[in-house]
Design a protein around this ligand. Structure first.
Ligand code: ZN
Ligand code: ZN
Length: 114
């Protein structure tokens, strides 16, 4: 058996935003917004947990999910921010950081602004 190409394994996104139902999108958006406004770790984690439930995933305590913030394509990947090969586009002291998903980071990496 000959392997002609080596494809780097990338974690599949947890969900694709466009494929969610309107109710799921609303629940996800609302929860992420609440996480952004939390300014408090407990409320932040609770909001993240709700965001996970909105897309049908029970997140571990302290886990964070977000939608790809890529500005070079219309990526709608929703992924766990602890995953490999992500690029942080923007950090915040509180609230949700903005990430590029692994596929985008591989394909057309963003250059974070200082
Ligand atoms: Zn992406
Ligand atoms: Zn992209």
């Amino acid at each position: 058996m000959t392997v002609l190409t080596t494809t780097r394994h990338q974690a599949e996104p947890l969900a694709h935003y466009r494929l969610l139902t309107a109710v799921q999108q609303h629940g996800f958006d609302t929860a992420i917004q609440r996480a952004n406004d939390a300014h408090d770790a407990d409320r932040y984690n609770a909001a993240m947990h709700t965001a996970g439930l909105a897309i049908g995933i029970a997140l571990a305590d302290g886990a964070e999910i977000t939608q790809c913030a890529c500005q070079d394509c219309y990526c709608d990947a929703v992924f766990d921010t602890s995953g490999p090969d992500l690029i942080v586009i923007e950090t915040t002291d509180y609230g949700v950081q903005r990430f590029q998903c692994a596929a985008c980071a591989d394909d057309h990496p963003a250059t974070p602004e200082d």
